[in-house]
Design a protein. Structure first.
Length: 338
């Protein structure tokens, strides 16, 4: 079957690391987040085609490439029913825009629409894979349908999509995926951080996906049982984040690293570290880095380390010999966007 491609739109969104403030940010404290040069990508394509009920020639195709799930239907209603629950928010946004903007794609004969979503970001790693894919999806449809959406509206809409996955997220992941620059985040309000000198970070994957929703709930339950002590930890994380902002903007990386170590100890006290995370931190002590901590919700996922590039490369090599995946990134170089 020959298909004539009549539209091909692509958009990307970066992943992120949280340098300071995990969990405390949910309780009104600030956080610092940085974009990284790992991306999620959405392709929107339209074809002139004689569509039918055949699997490879349906009218609507959604391809979740990382999960090897390709859904083919002949109506939006069928698509909504066929898509797995964890991907419903994509179809809901797509259908919403079709109806809201009076896009009469249902009435166009001999047309096939394919949407492909993929990501370089390890899922459940704490690097914002769900927010990144949601934002890339919104950006792609914004281009494809020429939607009049401001960055603020994109942040709001991607937050709604994030809630489908994480329950009550802080809003930091989707915000940085839209803004694509280092930010200071507090209670939904952001400030772009001034750039000091560039510095590399090493992102280390434990190999165990975390569950943001469960991690948030575990801290919530701990706070309900031991309110005074947990509130003290949250307060201390907030104060470290305040200091971290100053050192980040000044480019005082050794002091920044020292605060990262302290932040991690507080996250450990909240119960969101793990044996694998602590093992990686112990290995890092042999490589003279400035600081290392978990990033994201914890109980798995990733760690982030800063230091001299030579020392980070040595740590990377050491960890990779132990079959631990790593990625060297420079968050101060603004990730390329398309």
């Amino acid at each position: 079957m020959n298909k004539e491609r009549i539209k091909d739109i692509m958009a990307r969104a970066p992943g992120k690391v949280i340098l300071f403030g995990e969990h405390a940010v949910v309780y009104g404290k600030p956080a610092i987040a940085l974009p990284i040069d790992l991306y999620s990508t959405t392709h929107y394509r339209e074809f002139k085609s004689e569509y039918s009920k055949k699997k490879n020639n349906a009218r609507y195709v959604m391809n979740f490439k990382n999960y090897r799930k390709r859904i083919c239907t002949n109506s939006l209603n069928e698509l909504s029913l066929a898509v797995p629950q964890e991907f419903k928010h994509f179809v809901e946004f797509f259908s919403e825009q079709v109806k809201k903007n009076d896009i009469n794609i249902n009435e166009i004969k001999n047309q096939q629409i394919e949407i492909e979503i993929s990501s370089e970001i390890w899922p459940g790693s704490g690097l914002g894979s769900s927010a990144s894919t949601s934002v890339s999806f919104i950006k792609c449809l914004k281009k494809a349908f020429k939607l009049n959406m401001t960055p603020k509206q994109m942040i709001e809409k991607s937050y709604q999509m994030e809630k489908h996955i994480h329950g009550t997220p802080s809003g930091i992941d989707n915000t940085i995926c839209v803004k694509n620059t280092p930010i200071w985040f507090r209670e939904g309000k952001t400030k772009i951080l001034k750039k000091a000198k560039t510095f590399p970070i090493l992102i280390i994957y434990t190999g165990k996906p975390h569950n943001t929703k469960r991690a948030l709930e575990s801290v919530k339950k701990r706070r309900e049982k031991d309110t005074e002590n947990v509130n003290k930890i949250i307060e201390k994380i907030g104060l470290l984040t305040e200091k971290g902002r100053k050192y980040f903007e000044q480019g005082d990386l050794p002091r920044l690293g020292d605060l990262m170590d302290k932040n991690h100890k507080l996250l450990r006290d909240l119960g969101v570290s793990s044996n694998k995370i602590e093992k990686i931190i112990n290995i890092s002590t042999n490589h003279q880095i400035w600081g290392i901590k978990l990033t994201g919700a914890g109980k798995g996922g990733c760690l982030v380390a800063i230091g001299k590039i030579a020392n980070l490369k040595k740590l990377k090599k050491d960890l990779e010999t132990r079959n631990i995946r790593c990625f060297l990134s420079d968050p101060q170089k603004k990730p390329m966007e398309k």
